[in-house]
Design a protein around this ligand. Structure first.
Ligand code: ZN
Length: 179
């Protein structure tokens, strides 16, 4: 059984591959249901708010997201529903960007300040094979972009041009305490 120690870390080539889409039959399969359950469990164990299948060595277009207001890693965020998304497609609805401090279970111990478009539209298939469309802004829009990037072989550190905005978590915590 996979646990949070099995989350791949930056440097593993699977994290840099473009993930393959799911077929309808695959989404319906028992194997996929088990995979989704496993992803929730691994994400929870690791204290994350999102997890993409490539992070557990499955190069397929699946990610789960759940923001939790009691998160230790992301204090001050609002809780969100649970999202299970297969084959997501993203559209930026604005050129305006917002910056958030991001972390990644595949890049443990670091935080980076990333600017991303602040309003997006996401289309995906959910676990019941329903087509969904979400219009998102704020931190949730950042989290969706972060997870969908994993399916394209991209990591948040790719988006940080100013390396002064890439910190060790302990320094990040100090910075917040001094605010
Ligand atoms: Zn990540």
């Amino acid at each position: 059984m996979l646990g949070h120690k099995d989350i791949l870390k930056m440097g593993n080539p699977i994290l840099r591959k473009i993930a393959q889409p799911f077929s309808e039959d695959e989404i319906k399969s028992n194997e996929t249901k088990i995979l989704v359950e496993r992803m929730w469990k691994i994400m929870e164990e690791a204290g994350g708010i999102g997890l993409a299948a490539p992070q557990i060595a499955i190069s397929k277009q699946l990610a789960v997201i759940r923001l939790d207001e009691s998160s230790d890693r992301y204090p001050g965020i609002d809780s969100s529903p649970e999202y299970v998304m297969f084959n997501p497609r993203i559209q930026h609805l604005t050129e305006d960007t917002q910056g958030h401090w991001e972390g990644c279970l595949s890049i443990p111990g670091l935080r980076g300040y990333v600017e991303r478009p602040n309003k997006i539209s996401v289309d995906f298939t959910d676990q019941n094979l329903e087509s969904k469309n979400l219009i998102l802004d704020g931190f949730l829009a950042t989290v969706f972009q972060h997870e969908i990037d994993h399916l394209k072989g991209k990591l948040y550190v790719d988006l940080i041009s100013n390396k002064e905005l890439l910190l060790y978590e302990e320094e990040f915590i100090k910075l917040n305490e001094n605010k």
